[in-house]
Design a protein around this ligand. Structure first.
Ligand SMILES: [Zn+2]
Length: 85
């Protein structure tokens, strides 16, 4: 079963590799992200790491994200505003 076919399972190093690759591609695609505040980069990384456990943006995904980063919604909004320039 591929990473995209399932919602949850035991994470693997391959899953972590995919997530880290996505973070790197995001940074290359959006060079403004590289200039973002550390707390906003942390939000992006934690968001992506939560995808190791929950591939989709599902309720369990957001529950996990909130457990790791309770202020994620504020950080996301700040990041989006900063990327708009
Ligand atoms: Zn996501």
């Amino acid at each position: 079963m591929s990473l995209t076919e399932r919602e949850t399972s035991v994470p693997s190093y391959a899953d972590a590799t995919y997530v880290l690759r996505d973070i790197a591609f995001d940074a290359l695609r959006n060079r403004e992200l590289i200039k973002a505040a550390t707390r906003h980069i942390d939000y992006v990384i934690i968001h992506e790491l939560c995808h190791i456990t929950h591939r989709k943006h599902s309720r369990p995904f957001y529950e996990l994200l909130a457990s790791k980063l309770p202020q994620w919604q504020r950080l996301k909004a700040e990041l989006e505003l900063s990327l708009l320039g």
